[in-house]
Ligand binder design. Structure first.
Ligand code: FAD
Length: 512
């Protein structure tokens, strides 16, 4: 019987893991979380995936309670600025493409669409809500997308049938604190101390961790949530790390927390703006923005990156403290080794583009519960876990490389190099195919990785990698139904913009 779990690390990964295990197993498993006061959390990780709702519902938490306590906001998608031409923008929304007579609206757009207008504004309705800074909820709290509201209960990513229309922005430290209270209220033993040493038996299995002031902490299963240092999985177990720097060169970030003094407006989306040697995130929280420049230090120094970021988002605010971060991009070949499982940055990180870090944590904790071991430590459970966790990361890697390959921008050495850099073999095949027709479920990355075909097509078309013509079959079809659907999309978008409050107005009402 595996009765006790020891988690080292109290960042988003540590607390999401502790609370999820408690929600799943209750008193049947003892959970201890040790976190150091001397090693700070990464302090970023404020934009999420639409799937995160399953996590909060699993814990039985109500959005109206936790979101205001975590300075939260809504994210209907990501707005990409200047990735192809200066001044141009498009959205990657959380919205599936509708289908008419067997072809998606993006296929129909290639034949019937107005090429003077961006594809995303014609094929999705969420883009109208983004352009007009609308909340996805009415003032009475009801959701604009009918049939998708209400708690999902203890459901997991595998059960996600519909595309939920939004994700969250939140203050990462506030979320860790909120979850810490939830966890300790439900019996998580919380120890604030530094782990100085990790004890192993003769087979290399972890027996305990030694802390500075609380002595030895023993357990059956040890979870490494120590961030990029991978104290247990890499430093102790010697787990091999597979770097992605051959295909994704960004290795640093510099972040700034910028107060919004005139906080009467708020964007309901993350913005990803292309910069001279990388890109910048803007994440609107209730009273401030999180900003950060993700870059490769082959092309720009940390000082230059900080200056470019300050000039863009906080001119004259030299009082704001910049947080410089080195990123370890890649994944452990195996995130579960013997009785040690790495979750969070200690396991894998691709890069902040598309906000997948917290999604990886959510996926990993769900899979850990599904593959939870007993005293036999069945290697097939561990193998299957490692396979799934590996594929989620590898699929995201391919999808993110596509962003750089399909972007039309080539005005600086960084963007020129992006075009000639290596890419994963599977992606090369997919891009070759997408020159002829749009990708579908059979031609995107074939294993679960959190992105569906609409995302791959939204990015390709938005970035300007557009097949020259529609599938030949479309010419033989009656276009009447598709034309009607384009008109419906436009009318529904306009009606929603008229009916919904602004994002700020709604959030202000739940922050009262
Ligand atoms: C630049 C950047 C931007 C990002 N943006 C996003 C985003 O927008 N969306 C998203 O989903 N993800 C994002 N991520 C990823 C996200 O930040 C992480 O997935 C998330 O914060 C989890 O971090 P963590 O808990 O693994 O590590 P950390 O936050 O680094 O926490 C590590 C913990 O380990 C503890 N610790 C370390 N050593 C010891 C020791 N010896 N003894 C005891 N405790 C110890 C520390 O005290 C700390 O509590 C981003 C990451 C980076 C680098």
């Amino acid at each position: 019987m595996i009765g006790s779990v020891v988690i080292v690390g109290g960042g988003t990964a540590g607390w999401m893991t502790a609370t999820y295990l408690k929600a799943a197993f209750g008193e049947r498993i003892g959970v201890t979380l040790v976190e150091s006061e001397q090693v700070s959390r990464i302090g970023v990780g404020e934009a999420t995936f639409s799937t995160l709702r399953h996590f909060f519902d699993y814990l039985g938490l109500d959005e109206a309670d936790w979101l205001p306590k975590c300075a939260g906001g809504y994210k209907l998608g990501i707005r990409f600025e200047n990735w192809s031409k200066p001044g141009e923008h498009f959205y990657h929304p959380f919205e599936r493409l509708r289908t008419v007579d067997g072809f998606t609206m993006a296929d129909w757009w290639l034949e019937l669409g107005d090429r003077s207008m961006p594809f995303d504004r014609q094929c999705f309705i969420t883009t109208a809500l983004c352009d007009n800074k609308r909340s996805p909820r009415m003032m009475d709290g009801s959701l604009f997308a009918a049939g998708l509201d209400g708690s999902l209960g203890k459901s997991t990513l595998e059960e996600q049938r519909a595309q939920f229309p939004y994700a969250y922005h939140f203050d990462a430290d506030a979320v860790a604190q909120y979850l810490a209270k939830y966890g300790t209220d439900r019996g998580v033993r919380h120890i604030v101390d530094n782990v100085e040493n990790v004890g192993q038996d003769e087979r290399g299995w972890i027996t305990h961790v030694d802390t500075k002031s609380h002595g030895k902490i023993e357990g059956d299963l040890f979870i490494d949530c120590t961030g990029f240092r991978g104290m247990l999985i890499n430093q102790t177990m010697g787990g091999e790390f597979d770097s992605f720097s051959d295909v994704l060169p960004n290795n640093r970030a510099v972040a700034l927390r910028v107060p919004r003094e005139e906080a009467t407006e708020m964007n309901p989306y993350t913005t990803a703006t292309a910069m001279s040697a990388g890109w910048m995130w803007t994440i609107p929280l209730f009273r401030r923005n999180g900003n950060g420049y993700v870059y490769s230090d082959q092309f720009i120094t940390p000082e230059e990156a900080e200056q470019e970021l300050r000039d863009a988002v906080a001119p004259g605010r030299d009082d704001l403290q910049a947080n410089h971060i080195r990123m370890r991009i890649g994944r452990n070949k195996q995130s579960w080794v013997k009785n040690c499982v790495a979750i969070g940055l200690s396991s894998a990180f691709v890069e902040p583009l598309e906000s997948t870090g917290i999604f990886f944590i959510q996926h990993a904790v769900e899979q850990l519960v599904k593959h939870f071991p007993d005293e036999r430590w069945d290697p097939r459970l561990m193998r299957d876990y490692n396979d799934r966790v590996g594929h989620v990361v590898d699929g995201v890697k391919e999808f993110l490389v596509l962003h750089y390959k399909s972007a039309q921008r080539e005005d600086t050495p960084y963007w020129k190099e992006a075009k000639i850099r290596e890419m994963p073999a599977g992606l090369a095949e997919r891009l070759e195919l997408s020159g002829s027709h749009l990708l579908d479920d059979e031609t995107i990355y074939p294993r679960y990785h959190g992105f569906e075909n609409y995302s791959w097509n939204a990015m390709n078309l938005g970035l300007g990698n557009i097949p020259p013509r529609a599938r030949p079959a479309i010419k033989h079809l009656d276009p009447a139904n598709a034309r009607r659907e384009f008109a419906n999309l436009k009318a529904e978008g306009e009606a929603m913009v008229a009916a919904l409050p602004s994002c700020y107005e709604y959030l202000a009402s739940i922050n009262d």
